[in-house]
Design a binder for this molecule. Structure first.
Ligand code: ADP
Ligand code: MG
Length: 697
């Protein structure tokens, strides 16, 4: 059992937003008009109303569409509503403004609608970017409801492999990565009159690059309005970067939240979360619970445990309704987190850091924070990027805590000790200084940014990581010796996938196996294809891939899984029996469809080949950096660095230990593992990248 220690009661949790001091008082300029007629007939009197400074911004939210009325009240209740006119005035005056407001104040769902309803879009589109696809999808769905339209008509979203926009779309929510891709084909972003860069405080790689790109676009199109939105107060840096633009504050609401720490460190946090949630459910007053976990797998595990426990609970406690939210969840299911649950039951939302600032769920009184987040880190010297659960920053922990106090005082259960909290970084490091930049650099080159080193970055990435990225895309043949994008590079940049995968796909055409590579690439892009319920871990052999295993390795095993899935028409029982994650497979089908479409558009012939050599050669052409050689002591050494690594325990090659393997990625847990590995012939590597391998193998 867990024990909680009370710290200072009602610790202040969220930064208090400064008053709306940067905006002028009132918008009404009263002009007195006197009737000249002395004998005024009362009934015939001409009535005057105060002149408005800008008639446009007086038009209220468009409540005209049927269905929109029922959201009027909740929209008007949001803190941002009070600031609406002032915000619009400031936005109409300056080319760029920064809007800071606490999470849940209504920035994302409202501001774009105000701008549209005030006619400031001037007939062009309004874009609002989000770092995460789940946020883009769920917010767009909400705004479509509030507007009274179907998603994809006036309001739509565009995320990787899923575009719901149409000719009617005036308000478009999209991931930052998708706007960046649009800048490749339309460097002036000429379809947009207003761009809102949301969640700027998150400092994702793509948003950071967008800052520079959009600043450049504004030089060409001074009429382009840019609004930077952030949930944290440290906006000075953004303001300086955007030529000292105004910073507008939206006053938020925040009730006190009591913070509890665990007395001891928690070893198994899936179990700790489970116990804590049950504890809250049985001991605490009504109010929903929000749990922060690291990803789909943990969410599904905790979900299954809680579901089970809820059924066995004494009925006097009421039901626990479990609602997960994570990236791979289909959009219809994502929206379920917002739905209220029947009276007497309690909602438990199991979320990734998506619920930290990008979406707000009403009714939350309790937050359970594991203190962990899955984040990318890149080591340019080893060329290793890892996506690992790691401690959050203090700023993130505070944001999470604040989620319990939006509507009433709340409680936050931190599953770590106060001492540990003190050791956390105070803020999160921007992604650009800790990520693999290959994809970003290829995109920038495709946008015509030739001098990457001198690009106007808000925070400069390290020279080593820029150099590593340039080297990689140069070796793949995307750049020529002078650093200019080649024809191949241009073709690669058309695909919204990692440069190595794009190169593999393009090479597959020559080898006649695009059909197979499309499948493999889509399988690699989906999260956890296999899913073993937590309570079955003991019984089930971990190498569930065995039945589909290919002698050649994991890539071809993935291909077999996909074929079997298609043969069984995605049957639910079949998936369950084989521990295949249906949700992930749906994503695979979508991704595959979209990539196939892009192949057609790029005139890539989609043929099929049963020759496994060809499929593996195509993989080598993209992943020759990722080859490892077996050593006498039974370990592997990657050719790009000399770290000691091992085959991943779940690889079908685990018992076989071939001399040369190609791997999809190196992951670091307790040690370095090669994840998704395939047997290759060394000559293929030399053929694919002669200059590179003249030195290394
Ligand atoms: P901010 O961007 O300032 O954090 P948002 O615009 O995201 O604020 O949220 C404003 C309000 O809209 C929140 O109270 C949130 O609960 C509500 N909201 C957003 N999406 C939905 C939804 N799908 N269903 C119900 N309420 C929603
Ligand atoms: Mg928001």
């Amino acid at each position: 059992m867990l024990g909680f220690q009370l710290t200072s009661a009602h610790a202040p949790v969220a930064h208090k937003a400064a008053p709306a001091g940067a905006v002028p008082n009132g918008v009404h300029k009263r002009t007195k008009v006197r009737s000249k007629s002395k004998k005024r007939d009362k009934d015939r009197a001409v009535k005057f109303i105060a002149e408005t400074q800008d008639a446009m911004i007086q038009t209220g939210p468009t409540y005209k569409l049927p269905g929109a009325e029922k959201y009027i009240k909740s929209r008007m209740d949001l803190p941002i509503y009070q600031a609406r006119v002032k915000l619009l005035l400031e936005i109409s005056k300056a080319p760029t403004v920064i809007v800071v407001g606490e999470t849940g104040s209504g920035k994302t769902t409202q501001l774009s609608q105000y701008i549209r309803d005030a006619g400031m879009d001037k007939g062009k589109m309004i874009a609002c970017t989000q770092p995460r696809r789940v946020a883009a999808v769920s917010v767009a769905n909400r705004v479509a409801l509030e507007t009274g339209c179907k998603i994809g008509s006036k309001v739509g979203y565009t995320v990787r492999f899923d575009d719901t926009t149409s000719r009617d779309t005036a308000l478009k929510y999209m991931t930052d990565g998708m706007l960046l891709r649009e800048a490749i084909s339309d460097p002036k972003l000429s379809r947009y009159s207003v761009i809102l860069l949301d969640e700027a405080h998150e400092r994702t790689l793509m948003t950071d690059i967008l800052f520079g790109v959009i600043k450049g676009v504004q030089k060409l199109r001074p009429e382009l309005k840019v609004i930077i939105m952030s949930a944290t107060l440290d906006a000075a840096k953004f303001s300086t970067y955007f030529d000292d633009c105004p910073v507008l504050y939206v006053q938020g609401r925040q009730y006190p939240v009591e913070i509890l720490y665990t007395i001891e460190p928690q070893q198994d946090y899936v179990d700790s979360v489970f116990v804590t949630v049950l504890q809250i459910h049985q001991d605490e007053k009504p109010g929903d619970i929000l749990v922060f976990l690291t990803g789909q797998e943990d969410i599904e595990n905790v979900g299954a445990l809680l579901q089970d426990a809820s059924e066995k609970l004494d009925p006097k406690f009421g039901k626990l309704v479990v609602r997960p939210i994570f990236a791979a969840l289909p959009p219809e299911q994502q929206m379920k987190v917002f739905e209220p649950v029947p009276k007497g039951s309690r909602k438990v939302v199991l979320a990734t850091n998506i619920a930290e600032t990008s979406i707000t769920i009403n009714g939350i009184r309790y937050v359970v924070d594991t203190g962990l987040v899955k984040a990318k880190t890149f080591n340019p010297n080893l060329s290793v990027e890892s996506l690992m659960a790691q401690p959050v920053s203090q700023a993130q922990a505070r944001q999470r805590t604040g989620r319990a106090g939006r509507e009433a005082p709340g409680v936050c259960y931190r599953l770590f000790s106060e001492d540990l909290f003190r050791t956390l970084d105070s803020t999160t490091t921007p992604e650009i200084v800790r990520c693999n930049l290959a994809s970003a650099v290829l995109n920038m080159k495709a946008m015509g940014v030739d001098d990457i080193i001198h690009f106007d970055f808000l925070d400069k990435p390290t020279t080593e990581s820029l150099r590593a990225a340039l080297m990689l895309i140069f070796s793949l043949g995307a750049l020529d010796a002078s650093g200019k994008l080649t024809t191949l590079g241009r073709r690669m940049a058309r695909f919204p996938i990692e440069p190595q995968l794009a190169k593999t796909l393009i090479s597959a055409e020559r080898l006649g196996c695009v059909e197979e590579i499309l499948t493999i690439v889509s399988m690699l892009s989906a999260p956890s294809i296999f899913f073993i319920p937590f309570n079955k871990r003991e019984e089930v052999d971990l190498s569930v891939m065995k039945e589909f295993a290919s002698l050649y390795g994991d890539h071809l095993t993935y291909l077999n899984v996909y074929k079997a899935y298609r043969q069984n028409k995605g049957n639910k029982t079949w998936c369950k029996d084989h521990f295949i994650n249906m949700k992930s497979m749906k994503t695979v089908l979508d991704t595959r469809g979209q990539l196939a479409e892009l192949c057609r558009k790029s005139n890539i012939e989609i043929r099929s080949s049963s020759d496994t050599d060809n499929i593996r050669k195509a993989l080598v052409s993209g992943f020759f950096y990722n080859i490892a050689v077996l050593q006498d002591d039974g370990t592997y050494h990657p050719v790009s660095n000399r770290t000691e690594v091992a085959l991943h325990p779940q690889s079908v090659l685990k018992g076989q230990k071939p001399k040369y393997v190609l791997y999809h990625e190196l992951v670091k847990t307790k040690r370095y593992y090669l994840r998704v590995a395939t047997v290759i012939e060394p000559e293929w590597a030399a053929e694919a990248a002669p200059t590179y391998f003249a030195r290394t193998i």
